[in-house]
Structures are given as C-alpha cells and as structure tokens.
Design a protein around this ligand. Sequence first.
Ligand code: NDP
Length: 404
Amino acid sequence: MVCVLYDDPISGYPTDYARDDVPLISRYPDGQSVPSPKEIDFTPGQLLGSVSGELGLRGYLEAAGHTLVVTSDKDDADSAFERELVDADVVISQPFWPAYLTAERIAKAPALKLALTAGIGSDHVDLQAAIERNVTVAEVTYCNSVSVAEHVVMMILGLVRNYIPSHDWVRKGGWNIADCVTRSYDVEGMHVGTVAAGRIGLAVLRRLKPFDMPLHYFDRHRLSQDVETELNLTWHDTVEDMVAVCDVVTINCPLHPETENLFDEAMLGKMKRGAYLVNTARGKIVDRDAVVRALESGQLAGYAGDVWFPQPAPADHPWRTMPNEGMTPHISGTSLSAQARYAAGVREVLECFFEGRPIRDEYLIVQGGALAGTGAHSYSAGNATAGSEAAARFRRTGGGEVSE
Ligand code: NDP
C-alpha cells in the first residue's frame, strides 16, 4: 500500500498541541453517521495527515501482514510514489497534497484495485481510466464538509471586511484606520450565492443566514421545498443568472469535466462589478489568469480560497501575488478536527476492503467499471488531471521549505 501525505511541520512532528481534545461528533447534519471503523490506533486531535502521522494506519496494516509505504514525494518521474506504485494494491492520497493518479500512472500499476481519498474530492484520479481499469475509487464523504464551510464563511468575512490588509497594518506598527477601511464593508444585506448546494454549499448557506444576507443557489438538483422555505433561498437555473445578482459567490461543486473552467473570463464578466469570489472547491474550476485580470481591473473586489492547480502551487504562481487576495494553502478540510474523521474513514474503508464487506455507498465514486454511489450523483465520467505534471515545479521553484 502506498500512502501519499503532506510533509511534517518544518519545526518537526509535534509533541504537544494547543488543545487537549477535539469535540466528538457522532452524526453529520443530515443524519449520516461519522466513520465507524472497528478500532482506531490514534488520538483524535493529533496530526495524522502528515507523513509521520501515517493516518494512524501502520499498526493495523502491519499486524494484518500488509506493507505500508508513506511518502510525500509524489510528482517527479523518479518520485517514491512512482517507484512504489508499480506493485501497489491500494493508493491512499489526499486532496491537500494530491498524488495525481493519471491514466499513465494507473497503467504502471497493474495490481491497483483501490484508490482511496483521505478527504473529499477525487478529481486527482483520472476517473475515466479508473472506470476502464475497474479500479475502485472511494473518498470519505462528509468528513470535512463542515470544516470547509467554516473556512468559506471566514474567507467571505475576511474579504468583505478587509481583515488581512488591516491585520498587516498592525504587524507593520501602524494605526492606519483610513487605509484599512477604504475597502471594508458589512456583509449584511449583500446577496450571496453558492454554485452547488451539496453538503458544503448548504452548510455555508445555513451559516450565513444569521448574517441577514439574502441567499441564492444553483445546483443540478433542487433542494426540498422545506429547505428553500426555511432559508428563504432563491434557486437559479443557470450559474450566469445567479452570479449577475450576487455580491458574493462561493463555489462548492466537485471538479469534473462539466465544471472545469466554469469561471472563465466570460463568467467573471457576468458578475457584478466589485463582487467577491470564494473558491474552496478546486482550482481548475476557475481560469487562473482570468481571476488575476479581474482583480487587477476591479471587476472582482476580492478572491479567496484554498484550492490551486497544480498542488502544491509553484512559488511563482500568480495567485500568491495578485491584488486583494485572501488565499491559504489547501487547508480548509484538514483541520485537526477533520483529520480524526478522515483517518477513521480511511480505516473503515480499508477494513471493508480487506474483509470483503461492501464499502458504504456514500463513499463510492467509481466501482465495478462505472461511476457509483456519490460519484454517480455528483460527478461525470472523464478526466480532470490534465496538466498535473506541473506540480513537480513546486520543488524546482523553491516552494515551501522543501529542497530538490
Ligand atoms: P457533495 O457531493 O455533498 O456536493 C457536491 C454538490 O455539487 C452536489 O450538490 C452536486 O449536485 C453539485 N454539482 C455537481 N456538479 C455540478 C454542476 N455541474 N453544477 C452545479 N452543481 C454541481 O460534496 P461536498 O459539498 O462535501 O464537497 C464538494 C466539493 O468541495 C468536493 O467535491 C471537493 O472538490 C471540495 N472540497 C474541498 C475541500 C477543501 O479542503 N478545500 C474539502 C472537501 C471538499 P447534484 O449532486 O445535485 O448533482
């Protein structure tokens, strides 16, 4: 088994934490139960998503006679991932530090049976190739949807209220009220719309309702009348129609061929001048350079998100330096709280896989040579990994603290 995880902190794997525990959640808002493996070998609230955390899997897997290789080295042709892939039965990867499983890589892995995402969003796997090779693709649906929704709300408030530039004045020793507030507004009364009202999109709408923001959504499937009434939602039958009336737009759909490049120059041009765009879904859903131009011209007043393409983004990625941005690396779904759930979910899926029990339908994206479960509902067949080889540029451009 090959497990690709992000690097440990540059200060080393932590020995203590800011808090002693994380709240335990037994059910998600729609009633779905949280991951329920037979056992876990980790302490919730500890760092599990980095290389030394190993998702808490080593004891379980080695006791069962499996070989586990954990690495962060994933992008070059001679990376540890490429080397280990050739005899892997299972690949575990994360959206935050994606091991792009392209058709070429799937072809190099004749034993591969399961591509498991420790998180949500399996667009880093060529789903078409997985369908054709009969590789099961699964993810831990719902494990970090609320984590992301919280990040979206934070980013909307951060952009509209001009939080980060104002904070920068504090760090610089200034007291520049006017500099801070010439771009600062209240969200109250602003119209906000989500592209997709699935688990994250709906959680964002619920969280923004108390801010007295009129709420809009676009989705392929309409929410129930009860939910529309409860939240006083306006549904739009096209994205174009929705963005034309919104002050804030948040993107919460998966990346698949239908949504790739959805926010191109034309779509950005249909938004209200001075609108804010928050994208925690996937970088490829927006046109990278069109976003930069829209910020430079003022068509967008701000852009924030935590998803880039490729990942990790090279040091010279223009979103690192564009004006009025509120970017983070891809962290919204990997809080310590979320890690406990996705690590437990990975363990649950592996227990099912090795014991020949069915994987929960809601965790399935591809099975038996077709889209399945959540994949059949929310994805379309095809491939969204094109261009992922450029992720290797991160190390070459001196990104992070990683040397070549
Ligand atoms: P869900 O499956 O609950 O929701 C996805 C929604 O997107 C569904 O309502 C689906 O509609 C809708 N959708 C699919 N295609 C389209 C389309 N072409 N146009 C409009 N809506 C569409 O997933 P989550 O809400 O939990 O997650 C959504 C995405 O967010 C993930 O796929 C992932 O890419 C991203 N994500 C990011 C994270 C991060 O750390 N930044 C962490 C977790 C997720 P329907 O089913 O009605 O067809």
